[in-house]
Write a protein that binds this ligand. Sequence first.
Ligand code: PMP
Length: 351
Amino acid sequence: MTIAPRPWVDEIQAYRPGAGSGSEDGSMAANESPLGASAHLGQALADAISGLHRYPDPLAGNLRSELAVLHGVDPEQILVGNGSDELIFLLATAFLAQGGHAVCADPAYQIDAISAVSVNARVTRVPLTEWKHDLAAMARVRADIAYVVNPHNPTGTIRSRAEIQEFAARSPAALVVVDEAYIDFTDDPDAMTAIPLIEGGRIAVLRTFSKIHGLAGLRIGYLVASREVIATLRKVRAPFSVGTLAQAAALNALNDSNHRDAVREHTLRLRAELSALLASHRLHAVDSQANFVLVPVPDEAGFVAALQAHGVSVRPGSALGAPGTVRISVPTEAGLGLLADALHHLLPLNH
Ligand code: PMP
């Protein structure tokens, strides 16, 4: 006899990651860093190799201390995870299991709902308004956790800190999780982050090293929250989920502000060029504050396949809950050239 999944688990559609194009420049499906990681990463990893026969520091103490200074919080208010995805699952395990209720946007980052359903929680999805979170409508839902992805994935839209603060004040949710995976690509990350709002204990902020730091392959992210929330999550976590190499890479990334600045400058510049290129083909992308743009297209499947045939891989909107669109990650300069060539073959110019 084979073991049967719990019925709520059976309902879940497994997450489907974006397909690669086979080429570095053509990969625009997974919002990774087009400029890679810090040039000092190799040395940082080499230095850490001699300690790999030991278990990693379970709480990533050095990294946690640096992050605490960076964000002006106590180290006990930070938990490092195997990517922010691990932390999203821990939040569900600790605060939603067996009948909890989560509210998120529709469409939203899929792992929020998948993690909730996996522990038999109920999920209310609130449609976006003009591609943004409808915070007024979300505040009417009596949930345990409210998820706000800011900037949002898959739209790239943002709500201000004041709007998040007002939402948290109005929402009956016990915890508002603000996922800031893309915050470094906003016009003013310091003014937009919700980290200054965590003091009241109702707001928790997720960050990742996968985007601006270019460490998606090493799997490391963190949560900034109240001491109580962090202490609770520590009870349900796997003790050594964040490896020694990932910790060393993250510490190196924090200390390489030149690389971070270069990725940010590149992303903002190429995002504008990407939107302008699309507009020249009568494709109007949603205004984005992230390292990708969402763009409505007349024939989603045909468009994705045609780009793929030209060596450009983008994410079909229907895989993200946004049918009739595609999501295109900000590429390298050469990648933008590939996309321009592909569009030139596919669509007439707007002049
Ligand atoms: N949150 C959002 C909004 C994301 O888009 C992603 C990555 N696609 C994640 C979290 C997961 O990031 P990590 O690589 O840290 O698990």
